[in-house]
Design a protein around this ligand. Structure first.
Ligand code: DX5
Ligand code: ZN
Length: 242
């Protein structure tokens, strides 16, 4: 599995699982613990059945960390809010193709604002939905839970999507991160990286622990094992001599 070699893992803790009474301290702590990006889940109570926070919170946190802000917009319509998140300090802005009538145009807008553009696939959304968006995508994010809440169980059915997307990304003419979000902990991280993911988004498995550096280290180690030996503990190949 040549694609697995040479991949650098990105760890992106999700602020949704942080202590909201101490967000500034949480963001500083996660940077000190070795996070690569800070994932920020924006929910509107309409596109997903939950509410979280908006650009004001990004703006308030922006001076307190150098971590790239990886903003996951779960809002519809998404287009009226893209510029506000860019101005508030987003470095990456990811959207669901269902969140507006013209996702290709939405990605163009994100790129025109000088930000990295991402597209997110819900569990029921097929990989074909991104085929004609890849030319504008810097990130493809596979949801391994239905979006809206932290702490849900990882959906193994989505691993096949990562395998297919890894192939599609390999054929693209520019680098595209392949991220996974939902129920990511060391065991599921290993499966996701084996399937092709290079970016691990995790809320509960990092902010739900007492030592963030240890939690991030455990995710990195699980991913590194999968990169070094993509077939380790793979139920389809364990026991064979290949
Ligand atoms: C869910 C969000 C996730 C969430 C992940 O809608 O997109 O980023 O914070 O939380 P865990 O890691 O707890 O599943
Ligand atoms: Zn998210």
């Amino acid at each position: 599995m040549a694609h697995a070699q040479g991949r650098r893992l990105t760890i992106a803790p999700s602020l949704l699982a942080a202590d909201f009474t101490r967000l500034k301290d949480e963001v500083r702590a996660i940077e000190a613990a070795g996070a690569d990006w800070l994932h920020l889940d924006v929910m509107d109570g309409h596109f997903v059945p939950n509410l979280s926070f908006g650009p004001l919170v990004l703006k308030a946190l922006r001076p307190h960390t150098r971590l790239p802000f990886d903003v996951h917009l779960m809002i519809s319509p998404v287009d009226p809010y893209i510029a506000a998140f860019a101005e508030a300090g987003a470095d990456h802005i990811s959207l669901h193709p269902e969140a507006g009538p013209h996702p290709h145009r939405s990605l163009q807008v994100i790129r025109s604002l000088g930000k990295r553009a991402g597209v997110v696939l819900n569990p029921a959304t097929p990989v074909e939905a991104v085929a004609w968006l890849l030319e504008l995508a810097d990130i493809v994010l596979v949801m391994t839970v239905n979006p809206g809440f932290g702490g849900q169980a990882f959906l193994p059915s989505q691993l096949a999507k990562l395998v297919a997307l890894r192939r599609m990304i390999a054929a693209a003419d520019h680098p595209i991160a392949l991220a996974v979000d939902g129920g990511i902990a060391p065991d599921t991280a290993r499966l996701a990286v084996q399937a092709g993911a290079d970016t691990l988004i995790a809320g509960t498995a990092v902010f739900g622990t007492t030592d963030y550096a240890v939690a991030i280290g455990a995710l990195r180690a699980a991913g590194a094992v999968a990169i070094a030996d993509p077939h380790a503990n793979d139920p389809h190949t364990t026991g064979t001599t290949e």
